[in-house]
Design a protein around this ligand. Structure first.
Ligand SMILES: Cc1cc2nc3c(=O)[nH]c(=O)nc-3n(C[C@H](O)[C@H](O)[C@H](O)COP(=O)(O)OP(=O)(O)OC[C@H]3O[C@@H](n4cnc5c(N)ncnc54)[C@H](O)[C@@H]3O)c2cc1C
Length: 644
């Protein structure tokens, strides 16, 4: 194993190696008919269960391994393989198992946890409804308590309350973790989660449950997504996952968290693992696409160099390097940000963790990071996989070369586990409230003090920072980091000032917020850019001196330059980049692309993707000898008339 792979493999290197060994045996065929593919994925899930690996993430008291970070790392490694298998495993152990573990108590764990780990109880996670996806707080399914029988009645009151897109519901799941409005004594207490059996052992829908199939999708066709409608289905009182709230036999509702909204967000927060896993899966899929495209680009030849007569390898063209190498650098940055995120989650979700007063703040920071990295990482996946497809020309479009499948399967990652736009708004709202705490006076009580002096002080600070930043070296990661910090602070400060209008008596709060939504999203984006960059910079800092550190530092600088170039208009508009500095960014980027071109193969090999998972005709060219253009000396590489 190379030094580079060791750095990339990080803390859970043993888990990564274990999955690499296992992956070689699990190659599925997404091209087969839907039913066959689903069956094959289900068999692979059963095989995974038999291997005992999914147990790793559960409570040791129930035979689990207590290694939350390890199981998420293992999960994301499946992204090198089959993404339907990744999602199906995610539904069973991440979403269904996660809800059971995090929202349930001993009575649920004793009864269901082992079977869930073993895959003998297959579950699904039924949150989304046809009418409400992102706005989960306003789901319409009801769970009404009946004290006469000590049961909850689960009901779909209108077509929009139908559970929709639910992974595993169409064919395999026997039980659903159903999110519904809890009603007792005629009063609603908000969304809670209930375990509801939906299918018999023999596979038929249970009485009162109507199950339909979502049918073919753009990708992930090995997953059986379905719809659920409940017609007054009765479940015992104990079906409520009651870690955060309970209903006594007489119907009395109780919860240690008084505020309905806070309780709801606390419950959702415990499910953050799913979102982190999706970000990780997007990362590995992107790494695989880049590995295919860069290896292909390093052998594919088009047009010849008139001086030598030799056909040029496409990765030697600057345009091709610009397509792939900044994307590779961003993928490195996101990989390290993900590793950091998983480590934070692991510490916070340890089964032996003793509660501490700082937990709430840490949990909120984890959720904010998870939302931001999931949004930015999955958008990066969608854009990069498309770029990789194009970088492989026509060959990239053939199913046999895997890129179309990667594109189709990862597309929806931007939507599930939280729509990206909605997630970035969550990030921005947390940033705003942290900012208000920092400046101390944005809350209603102290709003009068959030006054002119503070704003003036902040503006003076910005002006000072600007004059320093227009002088530094844009290729220096320290300087790049300062630019990122400044951008975030600037956007956030401006946003906070705009939001003050919403605090005026009688203000149109929605209107103020909506008018600044683009600003809000940009601030969130700037925050994520900064934390992702810093996660990468920390890794470089920790790597011992030597060629690996040198290489990583160059990749970091490339990433920094690429982000600055992408946001060049903003930096220039706000006085952080002079015209000459802006040109230096592009020059630096081009130079670093040329410097890293000979290291491109080494950089993708660092991901350690098993060859069996990469094997496809696209890479056959690696075994052929270099071509010489028979028309050498006559062809101009820029002569587009020879485009076929
Ligand atoms: C293949 C697949 C598998 C899935 N698996 C599951 C599962 O197992 N369990 C489950 O519960 N759910 C599942 N889902 C559902 C998924 O989580 C939802 O689709 C997702 O939360 C988005 O909800 P929506 O589809 O209602 O979109 P909407 O929320 O209606 O969003 C539509 C558009 O409106 C925009 N928008 C929404 N609100 C705002 C706002 N405030 N400001 C600006 N723009 C906004 C969004 O950005 C988006 O572009 C799955 C979905 C798919 C496609």
């Amino acid at each position: 194993m190379t030094e580079l792979q060791k750095v990339l493999d990080g803390r859970w290197a043993d888990v990564r190696d274990d999955v690499r060994a296992q992956l070689g045996e699990l190659r599925l065929d997404p091209e087969q008919p839907t039913d066959d593919y689903r069956a094959e994925v289900s068999r692979a899930v059963a095989e995974l269960a038999r291997s005992g690996r999914p147990h790793r993430g559960f409570d040791p008291a129930y035979g689990g391994g207590g290694d939350v970070g390890g199981v998420v790392t293992a999960f994301q490694m499946l992204g090198y393989g089959d993404l339907s298998l990744l999602v199906k495993a995610g539904v069973q152990w991440g979403l269904f198992g996660g809800a059971l573990q995090s929202l349930g108590t001993a009575r649920h764990h004793d009864r269901y946890l082992r079977d869930t780990m073993d895959g003998t109880l297959l579950g699904c996670f039924a949150m989304t409804e046809s009418g409400h996806g992102s706005d989960v707080q306003h789901l319409r399914t009801t769970a009404t308590y009946d004290p006469a029988t000590a049961e909850f009645v689960i009901h779909t009151p209108e077509p929009g309350a139908r559970k929709d897109y639910i992974g595993g519901a169409a064919h395999d799941a026997r039980m659903a973790a159903v999110f519904a409005q809890l009603v007792t004594g005629g009063k609603s207490h908000g969304v809670h989660c209930f375990l509801v059996p939906i299918r018999s052992e023999s596979g038929e829908a249970l009485p009162g449950v109507t199950i339909t199939d979502c049918g073919r999708k753009a990708g992930l066709n090995g997953v059986d997504n379905g719809r659920l409608v409940f017609d007054s289905v009765r479940v015992p009182r104990e079906a409520l996952l009651n870690r955060y709230a309970d209903v006594a036999e007489d119907g009395t509702y109780s919860s240690p968290i008084e505020s309905e909204s806070r309780r709801f967000f606390t419950m959702l927060g415990t499910l953050v693992r799913g979102r982190i896993s999706v970000a990780g899966g997007a990362g590995t899929a992107t790494q695989k696409a880049l590995t295919l495209a860069i290896r292909y680009g390093a052998t594919r030849r088009q047009f010849s160099d008139p001086a030598t007569g030799e056909e040029v390898v496409v990765l030697d063209y600057l345009a091709h390097q610009r397509k792939l190498l900044p994307a590779l650098a961003a993928t490195y940055a996101l990989h390290f940000a993900q590793e950091d995120l998983v480590a934070r989650m692991h510490e916070q979700q340890r089964f032996d963790r003793v509660a501490s007063p700082s937990d709430e703040g840490l949990q909120q920071e984890l959720e904010t990071r998870a939302a931001g990295i999931k949004a930015v990482g999955t958008w990066h996946a969608t854009a990069t996989i498309q770029t990789c497809r194009e970088a492989c020309g026509g060959a990239g479009y053939l199913s046999e070369n895997q890129l179309p499948q990667l594109k189709a399967d990862t597309d929806v990652f931007t939507t599930f586990e939280g729509d990206n736009t909605v997630l970035l708004q969550l990030v921005a709202k947390t940033l705003l409230s942290d900012y208000a705490k920092r400046v101390g006076h944005l809350g209603l009580a102290g709003k009068a003090r959030f006054g002119a002096s503070l704003v003036a002080g902040e503006l003076a600070e910005r002006t000072g920072a600007r004059s320093v930043l227009t002088r530094g070296d844009v290729r220096d990661p320290d300087h790049q980091r300062r630019l990122f910090v400044e951008r975030e602070e600037h956007l956030l400060g401006g946003l906070a000032r705009r939001m003050r209008a919403a605090l005026q008596p009688g203000a149109d709060q929605f209107g103020v917020f909506n008018a600044a939504q683009d600003h809000l999203l940009e601030a969130a984006r700037a925050h994520v850019d900064r934390i992702v960059f810093e996660a990468f910079a920390d890794v470089v800092e920790r790597t011992s001196d030597g060629p690996t550190r040198e290489l990583l530092a160059q990749v970091l600088a490339l990433h920094g330059l690429a982000v600055i170039e992408d946001r060049r208009a903003w930096f220039a508009e706000h006085g952080y980049l002079t015209r000459s500095r802006a040109k230096a960014v592009t020059e630096g980027l081009n130079e670093l692309c040329a410097t890293l071109r000979p290291r491109a193969r080494e950089l993708v090999d660092g991901f350690g993707i098993p060859e069996t998972w990469l094997a496809c005709p696209l890479l056959d060219g690696e075994h052929e000898s270099p071509g010489t253009d028979p028309t050498s000396g006559r062809d101009d590489p820029a002569d587009l008339t020879s485009v076929g």
